[in-house]
Design a protein around this ligand. Sequence first.
Ligand code: C2E
Ligand code: CA
Ligand code: CA
Length: 898
Amino acid sequence: MTTGSAWRRLGGRPVWQHLAALVVVPLLATSAVATTTVADRVAELHATGEAVELMRAGAELDELRRAVDGELLPTLTRSATRDPSSFDIGAFGEERGPLNRQAEKEVRSTREATDLVLSAVPATSAASVTARLTQVKLATARSAADQGTASTAALADRYLELSEWLSEVEDRLLARTTAAGLSEDSALAVSDVVVVAGLTQHASRALPTTFTARVLSGDEQVRVRRRAEYAIGAYESMITGVPPLSGARQRVAWYEATSSPQARQLTEALHRESLVPGSLSGPELLRLRNASGARDRDLSALLGEAVDAAEAAIEAERREAARRVSTTVVLCLLVLAGALAAALAQGRWLSRSLRRLADAASRVGEGQLVDVPRGGPREVRTAAATLAGAAAGLQQVREQADALARGDLAGAVRDEPAPGPLGEVVHTSVQQLVRAVQQREQLQGELAHQAAHDALTGLPNRAAAVRLLQSALHRSARRGAAVGLLFIDLDGFKAVNDTSGHAAGDEVLRAVAARLREVVRAGDVVGRLGGDEFVVVAEDVGDVGGLVDLGQRIIDAVRRPVPLPPGAGPGTARVGASVGVAVSRDGGTGDDAGDVLLAEADTAVYRAKARGRGRVEVFDDDLRAELAARSDLEDALRAGLARGELSLHYQPVVAVADGRLLGYEALARWDRPGVGRVPPDVFVAAAEASSLVCDLGRWVLREATAQLARWRADRPASWGAAEPTVAVNVSGRHLVDPRLLDDVDAALAASGLPPSALVLEITETVLVDGPLALEHLRALRARGVEVSIDDFGTGWTSIGQLSTTPADTLKVDRSFTASDDPGCRDLVALVVHAAHTFGLRVVAEGVEEPEQLVWLRSLGCDAAQGYLFSRPLPAAEVAALPAPGALHAGDRHASTAG
Ligand code: C2E
Ligand code: CA
Ligand code: CA
């Protein structure tokens, strides 16, 4: 996992190592305590073992002491029988000789018994050192006794001292046993041993000391007698009352050993002797040996039993201690293992929850907004909850960003910001962004509406209307239905514009737009093509009759007087309408289907106008044939242009004041093979149906500029006179063609003429075709090319608009020049005056009569053009004309061309 390696790179120890360190210290401490406890238990165990050993050694010494005590009587007897002076042997009523031999025998047998006891003491016993010392002491005492080097009294001392020393050592060993820290049961059993051992000491010493006291005399006798009295008294005090033992069986054995008739007799005899020395006769004393021996054997057996019982108790205690050791060890191990297991489990749990948190944190850091697990201790849960909150915030931010990327502005804006400062910043940023986008969208919508709509009436403009028509055609074709198109051309609008002014014209257009919208059905589209031309697109039409009815209703609606706002003319204005109807036919859904239908309706309205205006005409087969003929003509013209069938004629333009030649207008001529000369109005109109008119215009530009350049080269102007210009007619379609400026530049460049040598004639109706036409005109004038408004007066440009028209010259239409109507004459005068006011020159077209020239001169008109001066002529014939500046009215007006 990549995140794992990422942690490792960050350094630090994993949490489980810290936890392990935390656990190890108490575990070690616990182990130490456990070890000490176990050691204590083991020490206890050792103590019990030692107690058994000490008690056994005590018992061994007791047996040894009894054996030593057993040697005393025969040894003293033998010594006494050897030395007659020592004591009155006769008092024992026996013969010295046999007594001596008897004593000799007993000395050997008791010594053998003692040696047996000595050899039985194991080398490992706590009594072994004492036993070896006893052996040495005995050896010296025995040799002294055998060789007769010591007196009977000295022998008695030695034996008694040895016996007492053994008793002391025995007491010390047994005392150590009691002090070994035994349990109560064992301690009682051991004290039984001590008590019984004490009893045996006193019992076994009573008779030998009594006997010894009898064979001694003087101080020695007194000293031994005290010992005898002590032994007898101690013994008697121990056996009176309840035996001081813990075990019931032992108490019975104790009682039996001390209460048998023989034992009682012995005790009584010795008691009497100690009270009244000499009350026992010698033979009586010797006879008591048997009773003493029997009782001592009983007591020895009792001691053995006590030792066994104590050993058993101690052994039980040892076993208990051993069991406790193993229990303790097992318990300690269990506690350790449990502590370890608990620590491991806790550690695993803790480190797993931390690892999961760290894992989630690093994933969130990498941008994966995973679910954060919520387990673990409280601190980890708190951190996880915080991280989850942060991740949720990031998720929200990401969703906002996604929504923004999808363009889902509503989804991008949240009611509440994500928590934290980042959330605040993002929330505000997104709000601002969304607001900016919404403002821009609104602006775009407004711009799109402006681009698609006519500012004056709010109706879709020409381009939008054609688009809507096109989509209506597509929809209807799918349903197998037909689309009807009504082309509405106002009658008498120009007159309103000219007589009542621009504002009145605008008001009429707005009123007509409103009435059209009222008349049509809800789904029908009303558009303004430009000028005084409107269209209605009607979907799902039943038959042509319905469309004609609609057309009639439109005519009726438009005919109603339009009230004018105060200050915009005389109360009301009146206009009429001519309507052309065309109906889509099956399959007409190509890219140009809309244009075709528009052309058909246009053709129909043309006929409506021709047939007297104020009527509805339907595009029918006749008109279709007319359109087809126009299309044929277009094809022929395209071919003719390529084949060089076209030529240019030039008509001079002269100054009204003095008849100077100012320039020429280039006029296209087509000599169609097999047909003859086709009128330019006709073929130019056919060319305007397509971009062919641009090709034509391009050709005329090149041809005309080239011709003028040749003339300028051949016939330089006389000194002081201006060089002639050439005027080229530019169709509306070519004017808005993106290539127009390039075409002009190319023609000028090819001919080498300055831009001022070129005049472009534009009919005033094309000026309404939108911003591109105006833009091109401005660009052309900026170059120095002259712009002339052709056929001025036939369109609907009002005189007031002249101030903003990007033109240098007005060409007053021939109909005005030729008219005898006083109103028209006044209008020409007004136009000349206004044009001069706005810095424009005026050219009068179609001057045929000298009176016209006189009149124009009186008006101050600048230039004139017409048959009076010259018909349009081929270039070759123009070359034959007099040099510029020398042409005068009437000089040449008999040309054949036209
Ligand atoms: P326009 O531009 O108004 O051209 C003047 C027309 O008036 C010419 O007719 C000319 O022969 C005729 N004319 C000149 N003086 C007199 C006169 O004293 N009396 C009479 N009755 N007529 C006179 P044309 O040559 O037949 O041209 C007709 C129209 O064809 C032109 O009107 C112009 O709109 C168009 N046209 C001609 N050549 C071109 C061309 O190269 N390009 C374009 N776009 N249109 C052209
Ligand atoms: Ca012209
Ligand atoms: Ca003209």
